[in-house]
Design a binder for this molecule. Structure first.
Ligand SMILES: CC(C)(COP(=O)(O)OP(=O)(O)OC[C@H]1O[C@@H](n2cnc3c(N)ncnc32)[C@H](O)[C@@H]1OP(=O)(O)O)[C@@H](O)C(=O)NCCC(=O)NCCS
Length: 161
């Protein structure tokens, strides 16, 4: 298996994995994620491919795309209450269902960490949905730690009086 930056010819195969990822999010958070895989979602990958601040990384074996990650080089300028921040954000990451637990995800993260170092980023960041316990176990196994949380409180709707 090789981990490398994507070629344009990889994009249809990556979109098949992005559909798996969207289905997982729809199943886990149906009140937020829309079912299906519309043209806008498909075309987003082509925009990523053309964006100089983004990178698409794939894991390939014998011509098959087993996994991918979208990377985003982010720069947050200094504000009155925060220092300037530069970091490499992992926007989407997925391994084909049939190829999981074989080290593909680990190989993607190893590549990303190495690339971040080469590009001078001192940190790789990502956010994930709390329902996705498999992803949390994976990221923690690879050394990621949680430094910020999103929380929610369901509110029952009452009839207006
Ligand atoms: C999360 C995901 C990327 C992991 O990829 P993977 O190739 O299966 O992971 P690896 O085989 O490299 O696993 C590395 C280590 O992470 C941990 N790990 C991975 N998946 C795990 C799981 N489901 N449960 C518990 N630990 C897990 C293990 O410690 C594993 O090492 P081991 O297999 O030697 O025990 C993959 O399950 C996936 O694509 N899930 C669906 C999409 C998704 O959730 N993406 C991330 C959120 S956006």
């Amino acid at each position: 298996m090789v981990v490398r930056f994507a070629f344009q010819s990889d994009l249809p195969a990556v979109n098949l994995l992005r559909k798996q990822l969207n289905d997982l999010h729809v199943a886990g958070k149906p009140e937020i994620f829309k079912p299906g895989f519309p043209a806008e979602l498909r075309d987003y990958l082509y925009a990523v491919f053309d964006d100089p601040d983004k990178e698409l990384v794939v894991a390939e074996q014998d011509g098959s795309i087993l996994g991918f990650a979208i990377l985003n080089a982010l720069h947050r300028p200094e504000t009155p209450y925060m220092f300037e921040r530069r970091y490499l954000d992992v926007d989407e990451l997925c391994v084909a269902e049939s190829a999981r637990r074989q080290g593909v995800g680990r190989a993607l993260i190893d590549f990303i960490r190495n690339y971040a170092g080469v590009r001078g980023f001192s940190r790789v960041e990502l956010n994930m949905w709390e329902f996705n316990r498999d992803a949390l176990a994976f990221y923690e196994a690879l050394g990621f730690t949680t430094y910020r949380r999103y929380m929610e409180l369901p509110v029952e709707q009452e009839e207006e009086k």
